[in-house]
Design a protein around this ligand. Structure first.
Ligand code: COI
Length: 357
């Protein structure tokens, strides 16, 4: 890490902690007291500021609002039994944010700046990291163009912000997913591998329709033929068939998930056969019909390891066993939580422990 940066800090006059029900957090219902803000002006990142979480003011012509030049990340901070705060692979989020930035014609942010801003914010809002089992502090870094313009061109100025939110589970029960064969999330050459705000906006309408049919999420298929499985709305997807863990290969249209790659690494370490390749819808449906698909689950920061209870395709609904005692999903979920909570040894150097202030 570089020498400690100057980060100006303005603290809240009154914390909102007393109004926060840590036993009933939901997801994204509460926001912590402070946020980190770093402006990009004249071709350089300016001095980071930590200030009370609250409204920002802009003119209506702000580029991010009408042309969508905006990207984001998601991480979680865990409280260990000894009171430390730990984050899973935050360097990977900094790197992915920068890959998204390149694709969206935005400036990259130095990893040290990202890490030091994050560290100071978490030191200041330490008390917001939940102690309750199953609860974490969700961390949302994001960047958006702030030029006030009408012509379509990249912004010259940007804001990088990190705010945080104490959360419970994103999915409170095994999810029912529908294989989407009409709408498309991303295509080759598009922005699907970037964590761009617009990818999530584009998913809202198909997601609304799927919800009306009784599903919790969509399984996106390739944009050309809708024959291959890509990812779900908030997570990458994995399937277990016998000793094989199968997932869609990365490309322009699939998000390079940090949980995804960690889970695949663990599967290989534990002796599973891992197949990263094109996964056809028909293959999954046939495995479901033959009772060979033993597990299906989503993997992501917000979702963690989310078992899939049912898959809908072509008007049929297939049930999937969830969290089998002898299964991979339950084992990997427990391992990752134990690692983040400090009860499993960090053999891969995946954990960042926030130093005490
Ligand atoms: C995450 O898993 O952290 C994400 O960014 C997905 C989000 C849409 C909830």
């Amino acid at each position: 890490m570089i020498a400690t940066l100057d980060i100006s800090v303005e603290r809240v006059a009154q914390s909102r902690l007393p109004e926060t029900d840590f036993n009933n957090l939901g997801f994204g219902k509460y926001f912590s007291d402070h946020m980190l803000v770093i402006d990009y002006v004249d071709g350089a990142w300016q001095e980071p500021k930590i200030m009370p979480y609250g409204p920002l003011s802009f003119n209506p012509s702000l580029i991010a609002l009408h042309y969508g030049q905006a990207i984001f990340e998601g991480m979680k901070a865990y409280r260990t039994a000894t009171g430390e705060v730990q984050i899973f692979r935050p360097w990977e989020n900094a790197k992915r944010l920068n890959r998204s930035a390149v694709r969206m014609c935005m400036p990259e942010i130095p990893e040290e700046l990202f890490m030091q801003g994050l560290t100071t914010l978490l030191q200041i809002d330490d008390a917001w990291v939940p102690t309750q089992d199953g609860s974490t502090l969700y961390i949302r870094p994001y960047m958006f163009g702030t030029d006030e313009i009408l012509g379509v061109r990249p912004s010259d100025t940007y804001k990088f912000i990190i705010f945080t939110s104490p959360v419970g589970s994103y999915y409170t029960a095994p999810v029912k997913v529908k294989i989407e064969t009409h709408f498309t999330r991303a295509v080759e050459g598009g922005i699907g591998s970037a964590k761009a705000a617009g990818n999530y906006a584009a998913s809202l309408y198909p997601f609304k329709l799927a919800k009306e049919e009784g599903y919790d999420q969509i399984i996106w298929t390739d944009g050309k033929e809708h024959k291959h499985i890509e990812e779900s709305g908030t997570m990458n997807l994995m399937f277990a068939i016998g000793n094989k863990i199968i997932t869609a290969t990365l490309g322009d249209s699939v998000l390079d998930g940090i949980t995804r790659k960690s889970v695949l690494q663990l599967a290989r370490e534990w002796g599973y056969e891992v197949e990263e390749r094109k996964v056809s819808v028909l293959e999954i449906v046939e495995a479901l019909e033959a009772g060979k698909l033993t597990e299906a689950f989503g993997v992501g920061t917000a979702a963690t390891i989310a078992p899939i209870a049912a898959i809908g395709y072509a008007g049929k609904n297939y049930e999937v066993p969830t969290f089998r005692e002898d299964g991979f999903a339950l084992r990997v979920k427990k391992y990752l939580i134990d690692l983040c909570k400090g009860t499993e040894t960090d053999t891969f150097d995946w954990i960042f422990q926030v130093p005490k202030a």
